[in-house]
Design a binder for this molecule. Structure first.
Ligand code: SAM
Length: 303
């Protein structure tokens, strides 16, 4: 499960944990469900900002925490004030693994309740696993507690679905090229070109113009709907709606350079979809009792 044999190098710890994972599945995968109380340091999703969008499990863990290492400005300070009043708070921004891992390990080994608090959901652009691997390698168990990712707050704000029958069959959680992704690894144009994908762009507020320019260069329809939701679910949330051709000017005028979700695709408007099978033919066929297979048709029942 864990390994106490460490030389303190996070990359070596990550590699060792990866090797271990390749060889055998962790027993805890089968022993626990997401949301269960578990031993170790929980990596909790704070949700998009509004404290009401924190999960019950996350709230309980924060209320019991002695040390909360949080993701800085993307975690609403209201949430920290409300649920972490008695905890020591440490902002992880600007700290590397070499600093963060011993900080969390030592507190945990001293018997403190430690919570690592990520914005949204830790599994999306959270760099959580590398911290967990480094801790596990040092003998400190860890686990995920999911949160509401900002794309879901954005779709709720827009009063739409990210998947819509006959409009969008897929969702891409993606980010634009930059320091982390090369131009070849930027697939936004591919997703838009597929026509039935809603692209939710994280970490791309500063690059809205570049991204839209590339889409125009690739001959995508300039009227394709785009929404930029700044600080979704925060008190200062702002929604800018436009198209591939118009959104960059609007975002520049508003002055946002960070902390926004960029959503591209026809699902942004929620217009033009067809009723789903779930409340149509499939429902009727299922209730007629002549076909258990139809009644449990997974694609229909998940819509
Ligand atoms: C490092 S990523 C973390 C994403 C986070 N793990 C999540 O699930 O939402 C940060 C990016 O998430 C997006 N983001 C986070 N919180 C947001 C919010 N409340 N409203 C809009 N976008 C947000 C922004 O695109 C931001 O650049």
């Amino acid at each position: 499960m864990t390994d106490t044999n460490t030389n303190g190098d996070p990359q070596e710890a990550i590699d060792a944990q990866g090797e271990r994972r390749r060889e055998e599945l962790d027993d805890r995968i089968f022993d626990h469900n997401a949301g269960d109380e578990q031993e170790g340091i929980p990596f909790v999703g704070a949700g998009p900002g509004n404290p009401r969008l924190l999960t019950v499990a996350g709230k309980e863990l924060l209320e019991e925490a002695d040390l909360v290492v949080h993701a800085g400005s993307l975690v609403n300070s209201e949430l920290l004030d409300e649920y972490c009043a008695h905890a020591k708070l440490v902002n992880s921004v600007g700290k590397d693994l070499e600093e963060l891992i011993p900080l969390m390990r030592d507190a945990y080994e001293d018997g403190e309740n430690v919570v690592r608090l990520h914005s949204g959901d830790p599994a999306i652009y959270g760099a959580a696993l590398e911290q967990m691997d480094a801790l596990e390698h040092e003998g400190v168990p860890t686990y995920f507690v999911p949160g509401v990712t900002s794309a879901f707050a954005a779709s709720a704000t827009l009063r739409t679905q990210l998947t819509l029958n006959e409009v969008s069959n897929h969702v891409a959680f993606t980010r634009p090229q930059g320091k982390t992704l090369t131009p070849e690894e930027d697939h936004i144009s591919d997703f838009v070109g597929m026509g039935d994908v809603t692209s939710c762009i994280y970490l791309g507020t500063h690059a809205v113009r570049d991204t839209m320019d590339r889409l125009l260069e690739d001959d995508h329809d300039p009227d394709t709907p785009v929404a930029v939701i700044y600080h979704a679910s925060w008190p200062d949330e702002d929604v800018i709606v436009g198209s591939i051709g118009t959104i960059a000017d609007k975002v520049e005028e508003a002055g946002y350079r960070a902390s926004a979700m960029v959503v591209i695709g026809d699902a942004v408007t929620g217009a033009g979809y067809e009723r789903s099978f779930l409340y149509g033919d499939w429902a009727n066929r299922g209730s007629s009792g002549n076909s258990a297979e139809n009644a449990s048709e997974p694609e229909a029942s998940d819509d």
